[in-house]
Design a binder for this molecule. Sequence first.
Ligand SMILES: N[C@@H](CCC(=O)N[C@@H](CS)C(=O)NCC(=O)O)C(=O)O
Length: 300
Amino acid sequence: MDILLHQYDTSPFSEKVRVCLGIKGLAWRAVDQPVIMPKPDLIALTGGYRRIPVMQIGADIYCDSVLIVRELERRYPTPTLFPTGTAGMDHAAAQWTDRGMFQAAVTVIFAGLSDAVDAEFIKDREAMSGQPFDPAAMRAAVPHMAAQLRAYAALIDEQLADGRAYLSGDRPGLIDANAYYNLWFVRASYPPAASAFGDLAHLAAWMERVAAIGHGDRSSATRAEAIAAARAASPQPGEIDDRDAALAGRNVVVAATDYGRDPVSGVLIGSSPHHVAIRRESDEAGTIVIHLPRIGYAIR
Ligand SMILES: N[C@@H](CCC(=O)N[C@@H](CS)C(=O)NCC(=O)O)C(=O)O
């Protein structure tokens, strides 16, 4: 079954996943989704989750880049995303890159672009975050956030100072994809802000190496093809962690706790410390199972 990645090209969290697909040399199909709501063809598959990226394999739908890369490693273990056997801490690094580093990148980019940002985009992101888009406040935060970004970038440069090619040695892994994608985002979206890290020589050479990994064997699929693929497939069976036994087979509602908190409801059919899997019926896509992470998500 094809790996379908619901994404858009400018999405930084999608770039994280695309680099992991490149490390693994996998074939996959990009399903481009809109940058703002409405996204009816995505919601038909996710049951309400609106963020990008989402990975689909048949009738199994994986929300959030953290869970997507975990599932890629489970299904396609070779070559590994953890070449030095540090999977736990490499996954934990996402709590740094996806939060503090991402917020710093977003601030320097959107403060820089502020006058050029489309009104519809601003309205959408205000609704998603519950926060006003305030260009003046963002511009005031730039010195601090640029300093944060530089400090984060200097950590990466420090790790590379012994001449290693990638962050854990001579082979690339998830830690490289995580550390890379926000810097890529800044450089691609608002190049002047890349001055926060452009002079770090080890980091600059490493960014070129990560870019050269590429994205694997990419082709494209339409949104209608993705929905048809879900309808034609059956989801994988799930297994429930003993700790969640009381919730097995019950209706649950799962939502992110940071932003884009749109709830997804369904019957709990699988769980582990890292994920929950819920089954629901979609008018368009038939029976689907939606997988969501546990860190940063609440279950009711
Ligand atoms: N924790 C999520 C965050 C994803 C995220 O914030 N994605 C951005 C795009 S890169 C998003 O969904 N923005 C709103 C949208 O595209 O509708 C993940 O790791 O996948």
